[in-house]
Design a protein around this ligand. Structure first.
Ligand code: S0N
Length: 273
């Protein structure tokens, strides 16, 4: 229990990518801006999440922020132009929306490990994660109507699904901040632990997940998300069903028959009730 020997890899400017024991830990590393994201941060996060998805040794992913002051404070307001967040190419982007979708579609559990502020678009990111473990110094909230912004996608309706409609409206309309205990009481986080135990507890949850059936976890994530993701969620879940079918002898008989230029023989497969 406890300590874990992270190995850092990848050439990133705004994030760290670390792995150990089947866990990938992705850290937003802009503590001087309370881990606010800019386009580069999001491109790097997308790359890191893809790495974790494609790595067969990885079963669970932690998303976190560097330092104890913030998980993430949302979009970097200092580089916000008139049409989104502006990177070195001078183009305004809202590419955090792509990351939100990526986290939802990724067929492995993603845990938000939150110390300090999870605010604005940073709050939405933790809402999109499967689970959230919070330190006792964590602070949650939306700021949109204060800073001239709103997230009408996952940021609104997934939050409403998580904490209920009335509470979600309160969070968005009033832009209040909520401490870790309040977040726990409203079902916004799964556990609250002392700051110094945050990583130990999160890793313990990861280890528990890693003992479970990866396919069962994949199907459960897809099923739970399908209800709220409409046709896109069903598309993901249907793809998972196809994956399971491909793994059956019945589907393989069809493939083999084609390759062997013969008629498929499905007669040995039961017509289940
Ligand atoms: C996080 C807060 C509460 C921390 O307060 P604290 O501890 O008192 O520290 P500060 O002194 O305020 O901050 C320390 C330094 O960090 C800088 N900083 C903090 N947050 C940001 C930020 N988001 N962007 C840029 N810099 C930030 C401070 O400026 C300070 O540095 P110095 O001293 O050098 O100036 C507090 O800082 C706070 O409230 N921060 C702002 C939170 C916020 O409003 N975030 C943006 C919310 N909106 C989004 O995230 C939009 C998301 C998005 O992309 C989107 C998605 C879907 C649809 C639309 C959008 C859209 O963009 O509109």
């Amino acid at each position: 229990m406890g300590t874990i020997d992270w190995k850092r890899s990848g050439e990133y400017e705004d994030i760290w990518y670390e792995t150990a024991e089947g866990i990938a830990k992705i850290t937003i590393n802009r503590p001087e801006r309370r881990n606010a994201f800019r386009p580069t941060t999001l491109f790097e996060l997308q790359d890191a999440f893809n790495r974790a998805r494609d790595d067969g040794d990885i079963g669970v992913i932690i998303l976190t922020g560097a330092g104890n002051e913030a998980f993430c404070s949302g979009g970097d307001q200092k580089i916000r132009g008139d049409d989104g967040y502006v990177g070195p190419d001078g183009i305004g982007r809202l590419n955090v929306l792509d990351l939100q979708v990526q986290i939802r579609r990724l067929p492995k559990p993603v845990i938000a490990m939150v110390a300090g502020y999870a605010i604005g678009g940073g709050h939405v990111l933790h809402v999109c994660c499967d689970l959230t473990i919070a330190a006792d110094n964590a602070v949650f909230g939306q700021t949109g109507p204060k800073v001239g912004s709103f997230d009408g996608g996952y940021g609104s309706w997934l939050l409403a699904q998580t904490v209920g409609l009335k509470k979600a409206r309160e969070i968005w309309y009033l832009c209040r901040q909520y401490n870790a205990q309040q977040a726990l009481e409203m079902g916004l986080v799964n556990a609250v632990v002392p700051l110094e135990r945050l990583e130990e507890e999160t890793v313990a949850w990861c280890r528990e997940l890693l003992e479970k059936s990866p396919l069962a976890l994949r199907m459960l994530k897809g099923a739970i998300n399908a209800v709220s993701d409409g046709a896109a969620g069903m598309q993901q879940f249907a793809g998972d069903a196809t994956l399971l079918y491909y793994m059956s002898e019945e589907a393989q008989e069809g493939r083999d028959a084609f390759k062997e230029k013969r008629k498929p023989d499905f007669s040995r497969f039961p017509r289940r009730p």
